[in-house]
Design a protein around this ligand. Structure first.
Ligand code: HXC
Length: 262
């Protein structure tokens, strides 16, 4: 399914798995507005594609993304950024995405690149990946959720230190601190394990996968009591799906479930 994009590539490496590869190598995948526009478009297409069940987002071995495009941002003024709602389109990237998004991070994931990785549902990385929010060094601050998502992921103490000093952290630390679900010794392993996970998820009922993602994400916005109640409502709702019947019947009959995704 390769398309007409300039800064990204869209492929289907496995049935049900859509892969988006950031591809602006001369700028270490710096996230310019045209790149983000393409990324938004590709994510929306994969979201609406009936054959895609899970999405893998990656960069190159050298860079996931080295941040928002500094050369594009340099001349911006307050009023142009404010009136054009600069960066707001980034929020669309994942907020409307119901399918699971796995980020496979190798090399630099700095500034907006780190923030983009933090938007994924599952983050995998190499042990030597280079994460950070270096915006302070440029006289600015994270602008695509870094101060919020990183702080939720690793706590205020570490997030404050990282954001105020701009110092980076490794993929190994990302795993230890709970930013990354897993970290891998090498790039090949990162990519094969990321694909494997995407494939596993793509093998389940789409209804159940969407519901699972929805309830876990609610935990980030709701208090525990409301969150548990929300989960229970969605859990109840799934008894209305065909796939719940199919899954539980297959277990009893010791067969493989053949999902109808309904
Ligand atoms: C524009 C960038 C870029 C960026 C790298 N390049 N990062 N261009 N925006 N964020 C360009 C360089 O200018 C250079 O272009 C080419 O990519 C290769 O980069 P080098 O610096 O030569 O590579 P290297 O020496 O290997 O150093 C890699 C690096 C460094 C450590 C990642 O490039 C770097 O510090 N980049 C900036 C990282 C950063 O500050 N990110 C946060 C941005 S602010 P030429 O033309 O010279 O070859 C941000 C705000 C987010 O993200 C707010 C909301 C989204």
């Amino acid at each position: 399914t390769n398309q007409q994009y300039e800064f990204i590539q869209v492929t289907e490496p496995r049935p049900g798995v859509g892969q988006i590869t950031l591809n602006r190598p001369k700028a270490l995948n710096a996230l310019s507005t045209p790149l983000i526009t393409e990324l938004n478009h590709a994510l929306q297409s994969l979201q609406s594609s009936p054959t895609t069940s899970a999405i893998l987002l990656t960069g190159s071995e050298k860079a996931f993304a080295a941040g928002a495009d500094i050369k594009e941002m340099a001349p911006l003024t307050f009023s142009s950024a404010y009136t054009q709602s600069f960066i707001e389109s980034w929020s669309n990237l994942t907020q409307t995405l119901k399918k699971p998004l796995i980020a496979a991070v190798s090399g630099h994931a700095l500034g907006g690149g780190c923030e983009l990785a933090l938007m994924a549902d599952i983050l995998y990385c190499t042990k030597t990946a280079n994460f950070g929010q270096p915006e302070i060094k440029l006289g600015t601050i994270p602008g695509a959720g870094g101060s919020q998502r990183l702080t939720r992921a690793i706590g205020k103490a570490k997030a404050m230190e990282l954001i105020l000093t701009g110092k980076s952290f490794s993929g190994e630390e990302a795993e230890r601190w709970g930013v990354a679900a897993r970290s891998f010794a090498g790039y090949e392993e990162l990519m094969s394990e990321s694909l494997r996970t995407a494939e596993v998820i793509a093998g389940y009922s789409k209804v159940a996968v969407q519901a699972a993602k929805e309830v876990v994400n609610k935990s980030q916005d709701l208090g525990l009591r409301d969150g548990v109640e929300f989960e229970r409502r969605v859990f109840h709702a799934l008894f209305g799906s065909e796939d719940q019947k199919i899954g539980m019947r297959a277990f009893a009959e010791k067969k493989k479930a053949e999902w109808k995704h309904q």
